[in-house]
Design a protein around this ligand. Structure first.
Ligand code: FMN
Length: 213
């Protein structure tokens, strides 16, 4: 048996997502041969959000075509989330995110397997404050296309008021951790030891969320 969330599939044989192939007609042929679960070909998150002919084609599902997964291609967490809720509301049983496509034009947009290879992002500090009871930790709110809270051990070197508006580099794909009771959703990159510590900053301002290679 194969389990995907609430789905239980008797056969561990499914119709994979195949870019340019696994559209509605192909999935229906598979269903008639006993496919218990099928994935739609990947679609760009922005096409799911925009209304229009393509949007209707992506979101129209045949009654026989369940359970079905929709595969999204994107790089912006907010837009992916919006597209995922549109797909869920249209009847997709599973939302799958493409983390593996190696095609050059996809990688250039920071999508597909670039999501796995670009853990560091440029982020702007929009709020910084001391954490009561800690000598070295600061609570930072950063903008990396989305807002995140990051707890950073830089208070011996930097005052909160000097950090506002500065751009830093955040390792953005770490499991969140609690520090002094605050959920930290990333790590700020610094160089040097305690006395000479310096934040690593882009030489010129970048769009928040830009990948750092
Ligand atoms: C032409 C082609 C296109 C594919 N496109 C996608 C895709 O868009 N998304 C995805 O997750 N996997 C894609 N795959 C990978 C398949 O979903 C599947 O994981 C892969 O073929 C391995 O399954 P298999 O061992 O049954 O062949 C593609 C594979 C092929 C051959």
């Amino acid at each position: 048996m194969l389990r995907i969330g609430h789905l239980q599939l008797d056969l561990p044989v499914v119709q994979a997502a195949l870019s340019g192939y696994s559209d509605g007609p192909m999935r229906l042929v598979g269903r008639r041969h006993g496919v218990p679960y099928a994935l739609q070909e990947p679609v760009l998150d922005r096409l799911v959000i925009q209304s229009g002919k393509l949007h209707r084609k992506i979101l129209t599902l045949d009654a026989e075509d369940h359970p079905v997964g929709g595969q999204l291609m994107g790089a912006d967490p907010g837009r992916l989330a919006e597209a995922a809720s549109v797909m869920a509301a249209s009847g997709f049983d599973v939302i799958d995110i493409n983390f593996a496509c190696p095609v050059r034009k996809v990688l250039r947009r920071g999508e597909g397997c670039a999501l796995m290879s670009d853990p560091s992002r440029a982020a702007e500090i929009v709020r910084a404050e001391a954490i009561p009871g800690s000598e070295n930790l600061l609570r930072l709110e950063v903008d990396l296309g989305e807002r995140r809270t990051v707890v950073a051990g830089i208070a011996r070197r930097y005052r909160p008021e000097d950090l506002l508006g500065k751009q830093v580099v955040i390792v953005a794909n770490l499991k969140p951790a609690k520090l002094m009771g605050i959920r930290s959703e990333g790590m700020v990159l610094v160089a040097g030891d305690d006395e000479e510590m310096t934040l690593i900053m882009p030489e010129q301002k970048l769009k928040p969320g830009s990948p750092v290679h």
